[in-house]
Design a protein around this ligand. Structure first.
Ligand code: FMN
Length: 399
């Protein structure tokens, strides 16, 4: 690296701190070693609550673990009815993603992620937990404004409950949208773990290595689906409405994708915090980042498939598989990111009656016996991902 480049980076770092004082209204925000400002504020408090002594060994501890699970666009589309020995999990259909999730499929995947965190936290809190899911098809689910029961956990106190080692990863797991190291492939052991998630026959995990013909099809599908979403005005508007650009919006809403979690470089992040960018600029940045950084640096990409992507229990099972994969990967020091654009296009085509081009294209990767419901990339990143905001327990627990 030239002296100039190194000096420039130092200047940017120093400048970053100064600029941050400015945009944060005189309040110095903590930064990581690269000068990247760290998210802060009460909206991030739920990341430590799940293991707080005040709720430990109570059903609320399981709910607190559930709310820090992955979920689509950080919409947190859940409500919980908490009893002494049951927790009911409701789909909060009013928090749906509109044309971005036409069938509430991703919403149910998010519920599956929350349920997996709750099951993972059960042993550490002295419970054995049994899951019951509501049967039926997402196609018949027309409710868009009310809570709909999706699953129930039956809890039993047991003296010698065995803690799941993956519970340690619950507060550490974050979606990592940064570049991955293309030369550092996930181990054979991790691949075995990923594929074994389908051992019960309910889900199937498919992995595609960089450079393989199937991986080329996967990457092209993700890039073209990103372009298609940007060109689809209702879809991109329904996505954009959840973005929280300012600290104030994050404090108020405690949800949605944020700049801090977007995987931006330090300079771009500080710039984006200071100057509002147009929707066109941010859409182009999303496409560029997907095509030029996220896909080409990922040593492995993959799909989670089910027998019927519109089966409600199947969607919950796939969400559970994603959360488990991500918790496990976190313990291995890995980075994971969903890249669900092609599957979102399958639902959108179905909703608009535009045919099944995307469904057929993705079936080329799974075969006709399985239907992909989640797509992702996996690897190792030198940059640690930031947490996303979460709502308070009182916002999501039904009285
Ligand atoms: C069903 C589902 C779909 C998702 N799709 C994407 C996606 O296409 N691209 C992406 O970057 N993140 C995606 N995510 C990740 C969420 O945006 C993320 O989980 C949420 O913002 C909360 O952040 P966290 O995972 O870091 O806690 C998805 C998550 C779920 C559960």
């Amino acid at each position: 690296m030239s002296q100039f480049a190194s000096n420039r980076r130092d200047i940017l770092r120093a400048g970053g701190a100064t600029l941050f004082l400015a945009f944060a209204g005189g309040k110095l925000r903590a930064a990581d070693a690269a000068g990247r400002p760290l998210p802060e504020g009460d909206a991030y408090a739920p990341w430590t609550l799940w293991n707080d002594p005040s709720i430990r060994n109570t059903p609320l501890a399981l709910v607190a673990a559930g709310v820090i699970a992955a979920n689509p666009h950080d919409t947190q589309p859940w409500l919980f009815a908490v009893g002494d020995d049951t927790i009911e999990i409701y789909a909060d259909a009013s928090r749906n993603l509109g044309a971005m999730d036409a069938c509430l499929r991703e919403l149910h995947l998010g519920l599956g992620c929350a349920i997996e965190n709750m099951l993972t936290a059960a042993g550490a809190n002295g419970y054995a937990a049994q899951l019951e899911t509501a049967p039926g098809s997402l196609i018949d689910l027309t409710e868009r404004n009310q809570p709909v029961l999706a699953a129930r956990l039956r809890l039993k106190r047991i003296a010698a409950a065995a803690p799941d080692p993956r519970a340690a990863a619950i507060p550490l797991r974050h979606t990592n949208r940064y570049a991955y190291d293309p030369a550092r492939a996930p181990t054979a052991e991790w691949r075995d773990f990923a594929r074994a998630l389908g051992a019960d026959g309910e889900v199937k995990v498919l992995l595609f290595d960089a450079g393989s013909p199937q991986r080329r099809l996967f990457d092209a599908a993700v890039v073209e689906a990103t372009e298609a979403i940007i060109a689809d005005k209702p879809m991109i508007a329904d996505s954009d409405r959840w973005f929280r650009d300012s600290a104030r919006e994050i404090d108020v809403h405690r949800d949605g994708p944020t700049l801090d979690a977007a995987g931006l470089s330090t300079f771009t992040l500080i710039f984006a915090h200071l100057f509002s960018v147009s929707a066109e600029t941010s859409h182009k940045a999303w496409l560029d980042q997907t095509r030029d950084v996220q896909l080409p640096t990922a040593p492995v990409a993959g799909l989670i498939a089910v027998r019927d992507r519109y089966d409600r229990p199947g969607a919950i099972a796939a969400g559970r598989a994603w959360q488990r994969l991500h918790l496990d990967a976190t313990l291995r020091g890995m980075a994971l990111q969903p890249l669900n654009q092609p599957i979102e296009m399958i639902d959108r085509e179905r909703q608009t009656g535009a045919g099944a081009t995307w469904a057929r294209r993705i079936a080329g990767l799974t075969g006709d016996d399985w239907q992909a419901t989640f797509s992702f990339r996996a690897g190792f990143s030198s940059t640690t991902a930031s947490p996303s905001p979460r709502r308070r327990l009182r916002d999501v627990v039904r009285s």
